[in-house]
Design a protein around this ligand. Structure first.
Ligand SMILES: [Fe+2]
Ligand SMILES: [Fe+2]
Length: 160
């Protein structure tokens, strides 16, 4: 285990969080490599699915790195990493845009359901059903993100 250099100027709690994040960054990187190994499986479908997970782990790794960078920025009085939550310049425009995207995402959910029905007979012999479920989970994630933005923009427009 390599020693972690904690940025000077963080409070005890922030330093603890920083240590936690940096440790987790290393964990996620190792995990992504392990999934890459599984991705080399001579069984093609296992390799395919493992590479999907490896991709996710790489994204998690990047997010943890950004978060750690945010704390380093706090210690050095500069903005870095994950942006701070702030008031939207154009809350009304953002509310309208997110409503439109939410509409698309809900359509997507319906389409995924219809697709899922049409491949019912292939569920046990192909990855198609699983792939559709994964896309459904992604769509739920997009809805969660859009709802967060919309609600925040709404509270800005109410003057909070
Ligand atoms: Fe992860
Ligand atoms: Fe989406």
């Amino acid at each position: 285990m390599t020693s972690i250099e904690i940025p000077r100027g963080l409070s005890t709690g922030e330093a603890e969080l920083y240590r936690h994040l940096v440790t987790h960054v290393q964990f996620e990187a190792v995990l992504a490599e392990k999934y890459d190994e599984l991705g080399q499986s001579t069984t093609p479908y296992v390799g395919f699915l493992a590479s999907i997970i490896a991709e996710d782990e790489r994204r998690h790794h990047r997010l943890y790195l950004l978060w750690a960078e945010t704390l380093r920025g706090m210690a050095e009085f500069r903005d870095a990493g994950i942006p701070w939550l702030g008031k939207e310049d154009d809350p009304e425009g953002i509310i309208a845009a997110t409503e439109t995207f939410l509409e698309f995402e809900r359509q997507d959910v319906d389409e995924l359901k219809a697709l899922s029905k049409s491949i019912k007979d292939m569920r046990d012999t192909t990855l198609w059903g699983l792939v559709l479920e994964l896309m459904r989970a992604d769509t739920e994630k997009h809805i969660k993100i859009l709802t967060f933005i919309r609600d925040h923009a709404k509270s800005t427009s109410r003057g909070h």
